[in-house]
Design a protein around this ligand. Structure first.
Ligand SMILES: *[C@@H]1O[C@H](CO)[C@@H](O)[C@H](O)[C@H]1NC(C)=O
Ligand SMILES: [Fe+2]
Length: 434
């Protein structure tokens, strides 16, 4: 009797400091099979949008006709297009597969926080999107490792129910895994959301698809999911940055070279030099392979990248780092160099978008001191930057109704806690080193 009570008290104390929620998961769901007909038409397919520098948006779509113009007509009232822009076309072949024409057209300048109606290729259905606000508050929806299963569908349905401005995806999109028309079905699956809000993505291992080391890989990914790397001074679609409403977001590449002599590392230094924390008090970083992960899956895979880049990002005062790869959810305290640190970043693994590989159910025990919440369930996150000092993070599992917050936390910025100012000399030293 007393022992039971003692155990109960102990478990309550543990629950107050760290949580591994107990929950019996339903089995994984199958890959959805969409009828995908390659009709030879100029009908736009797989429409998605992404941010392309201040006040500009890149519209991407695919057609299968021999000739179809890369034009986007747009305006602020339905059916009336006051502006037009023309873009460029690309395509690729992969073994026996030839892609349709992939159109990328940048439009703007656009007003902030405004609904636009648009049409691709001079005809076809009308789409609409909302541009992000210029000031706080701004909300990001976050989900990685999406794939295209019944679980993906439920994640997307949930995201559709929340009010957000930009979608952040820390890698592993289609799980096409070399079968190229699965990139097309993925494009169709996400179109309702990705044509309405900017989708900002970075690459995961499933984007690589290199055959026998013949090429660098990422051919399909780079052709279809062109991100604003040129606009952010990067020479690779695998890493770039963008600024929106007081948030500087850096999308790193877990699968591009990241050592101190690499292009990526040098670009990162140059990008951090441009960050002005008065203009963008929040600094957020995304990449695919998590650095702080207490799941059994993918242990240690991020260690090398972390050893090179964490000192730099810590000196820069990164507030939040979001990763995927592990098919589960985990949130840490502010950490640096393997330990809690009030000036470190909060790391969140959100690789629970719903792909065919299922969940990563096994955790290392005991739970590390830096790990606050971990659970293997499908879901998505919402990151609301309320103002320059406060942000609210919540995690929503698919098994519950969307408004249910399974995990939530208020985050205060490192600018407001003085960490950024304190670290400035250290940052300068790293950035000025040859
Ligand atoms: C920022 O938002 C938080 C949470 O709502 C609030 O407590 C705080 O006063 C706000 N700060 C400013 C400067 O408005
Ligand atoms: Fe992955």
């Amino acid at each position: 009797m007393e022992l039971k009570l003692l155990l109960l008290l102990m478990s309550l104390t543990v629950a107050a400091t760290a949580t591994t929620a107990e929950y019996v998961r339903p089995p994984p769901r199958k890959t959805l099979h969409f009828p995908w007909d390659r009709k030879p038409s100029s009908q736009p397919q797989q429409v998605h949008i992404s941010l392309a520098g201040d006040k500009h948006i890149r519209v991407t779509w695919i057609t299968n006709a021999k000739s179809s113009p890369s034009i986007v007509e747009y305006g602020t009232s339905p059916g009336k297009y006051s502006s037009m822009a023309e873009g460029e076309t690309t395509s690729y072949s992969y073994l026996f597969y030839s892609s349709g024409k992939i159109h990328h057209t940048v439009i703007g300048p656009l007003e902030h926080d405004t609904v636009y109606f648009y049409r691709c290729g001079g005809g076809g259905p009308e789409f609409q999107f909302k541009t992000p606000p210029s000031q706080f508050p701004i909300t990001f929806a976050v989900a990685g490792d999406l794939g295209q299963t019944g679980w993906t569908k439920s994640t997307l349905d949930h995201i559709d129910l929340c009010k957000y401005d930009v979608h952040l995806l820390p890698g592993d999109l289609s799980y096409a895994d070399y079968i190229q028309n699965r990139w097309d079905t993925f494009g169709e699956l996400v179109q309702p959301l990705a044509s309405a809000r900017p989708w900002m993505v970075t690459e995961g291992n499933h984007e690589k698809e290199n055959i026998l080391l013949l090429e660098d890989g990422f051919e399909s990914y780079n052709a279809r999911w062109k991100m604003p790397f040129e606009e952010s001074g990067s020479n690779s679609n695998l890493y770039y940055s963008f600024e929106v409403a007081g948030v500087h977001t850096i999308m790193l590449g877990s699968y591009a070279y990241y050592d101190e002599y690499s292009d990526q590392y040098n670009w990162l230094k140059a990008d951090l030099l441009k960050v002005d924390r008065k203009r963008t008090p929040w600094l957020v970083v995304l990449f695919h392979v998590p650095w702080y992960n207490s799941n059994e899956a993918h242990q240690g895979e991020g260690d090398e990248m972390m050893a090179t880049m964490e000192p730099l990002l810590h000196a820069a005062g990164v507030d939040i780092m979001l990763a995927g790869h592990v098919h589960a959810y985990e949130r840490t305290k502010r950490v640096y160099n393997g330990k809690s640190d009030p000036c470190g970043a909060i790391h969140i693994t959100i690789g629970d978008g719903g792909n065919k590989e299922g969940l990563a159910q096994r955790y290392k025990n005991p739970q590390p001191e830096w790990s606050i919440f971990r659970e293997a369930s499908f879901g998505h996150g919402e990151l609301k930057m309320v103002n320059s000092t406060h942000a609210f993070w919540s995690w929503h599992r698919n098994d519950d109704d969307e408004p249910v917050r399974s995990d939530q936390v208020w985050i205060t910025s490192l600018v407001s806690s003085g960490c950024v100012a304190e670290k400035r000399p250290e940052l300068r030293k790293i950035l000025m080193a040859p």
